[in-house]
Design a protein around this ligand. Structure first.
Ligand code: NAD
Ligand code: UFG
Length: 339
């Protein structure tokens, strides 16, 4: 029985991956400081899976706490979700982001090496492509960062590459997620942003449920089919499945591979709003606002590498994404908090 350690296992993507791993028969250990999540998420994962998560409250920068976990359990591999992810906040608190994301990852890798656990799946982001010159974006595209969050992901990618160069017996998958949306079809777990959502889908859902009056669409003069920004939205359940495939791949291959996890299809902001309204039969009032600083017109994946290496591809449709996002929002208007 394989033990998989999920850092940030109580978060949005971590909780969905924990559920998928439990259902596939893995032992799951979550190590999370709950800075952006709640223990309720993992309780619901346990109910859905009918199996226990070993949940540990701790910070990845706390080497002693990590040592204890690695001493206590025969960990086979680590899926490293833990990190801060708000772009705007990162520009105001760069040291906090570098400390949490970069220093935290270095500490984690040091402890892993000491315990001879050298299989790692890392949550990277399409943000490492910066303002890509062409779409779809392949893994070989040039990398750059425009804010401390993106810079932290890029730095970690370089650190992991250097690590494999120095110690070739590591097996590392760097998964570059595009835009995760949706929720488990039970509506029991989902994305629970703190305060005002930064991302499109939770904002649409909060407008639909009546928590916010109107969606501001940031710009309708981009060079896209309807002028609004185009992104590669990927269902979080598909994303979670990608992590299982990556773990299987790591068990047979050494070295490091960066792999896009996206659908390969771009949808505009207006496409998303229209699909959400139509599929869920709910109004989503919107207004056109100025462009958001730092946004790009179009970003979607070339997803072939994931299929060729991992035998993974996204299976859920746009309708699934908007239906499942809405079910989660409707059943949990205040996310995991009861207030
Ligand atoms: P999330 O905030 O829901 O989950 C991250 C989890 O990590 C949270 O539970 C948080 O409490 C925990 N955490 C943060 N810092 C920690 C620390 N120092 N020690 C222990 N736990 C810590 O975010 P998510 O959407 O599930 O994202 C997971 C990963 O995927 C992140 O690394 C994020 O940068 C990356 N990613 C997310 C997206 C997205 O749009 N959701 C896109 C690309 C990449
Ligand atoms: N948008 C709106 N109104 C909103 C929110 C978003 O019009 O209230 C638009 C944006 O302008 C963009 C699209 O919806 O065109 C998607 O925006 P998101 O903020 O949901 O996603 P981004 O692609 O901008 O950002 C995401 C992650 C970042 C990551 C980036 C690149 O949130 O962390 O992808 O990978 F850096």
């Amino acid at each position: 029985m394989a033990y998989i350690l999920l850092t940030g296992g109580a978060g949005y993507i971590g909780s969905h991956t924990a559920l998928a791993l439990l259902r596939a028969g893995y032992k799951v250990i979550s190590f999370d400081n709950y800075s952006n999540s709640s223990t309720t998420a993992l309780q619901r994962v346990e109910q859905l899976a009918g199996a226990k998560v070993i949940s540990i409250s701790g910070d990845i920068r706390d080497e002693a706490a990590l040592q204890t976990v690695f001493r206590q359990y025969p960990i086979n591999a680590v899926v490293h979700f833990a990190g801060l992810k708000a772009v705007g906040e990162s520009t105001k608190m760069p040291l906090h982001y570098y400390d949490n994301n970069v220093a935290g990852t270095v500490t984690l890798c040091r402890v892993m090496r000491e315990h001879k656990v050298k299989k790692l799946v890392f949550s990277s982001s399409a943000t490492v492509y910066g303002d890509a010159k062409t779409v779809p974006i392949a893994e070989t595209a040039a990398r750059s960062a425009t804010n401390p969050y993106g810079q932290s992901k890029l730095m970690i990618e370089h650190i992991l590459e250097d690590l494999v160069q120095a110690e070739p017996d590591w097996s590392i998958s760097v998964l570059r997620y595009f835009n995760p949306v949706g929720a488990d079809s039970s509506g029991q777990i989902g994305e629970d942003p703190n305060g005002m959502p930064n991302n499109l889908m939770p904002f649409i859902a909060q407008v639909a449920v009546g928590k916010r009056a109107s969606l501001s669409i940031f710009g309708n003069d981009y060079a896209t089919h309807d002028g609004t920004g185009v992104r590669d939205y990927i269902h979080v359940v598909d994303l979670a499945a990608g992590h299982l495939k990556a773990l299987q791949y790591l068990s047979k291959h050494q070295g490091i591979e960066a792999i896009n996890l996206g659908t390969g299809t771009g949808y505009s902001v207006l496409d998303m709003v229209k699909a959400f309204s139509k599929v869920n039969n709910v109004a989503v009032p919107y207004n056109i606002a100025p462009r958001r600083a730092g946004d790009i017109a179009s970003c979607y994946a070339q997803p072939d590498k994931a299929f060729n290496l991992l035998r993974w591809q996204a299976e859920k449709t746009l309708d699934d994404m908007v239906r499942d996002s809405w079910r989660w929002q409707r059943q949990n208007p205040n996310g995991y908090s009861n207030s």
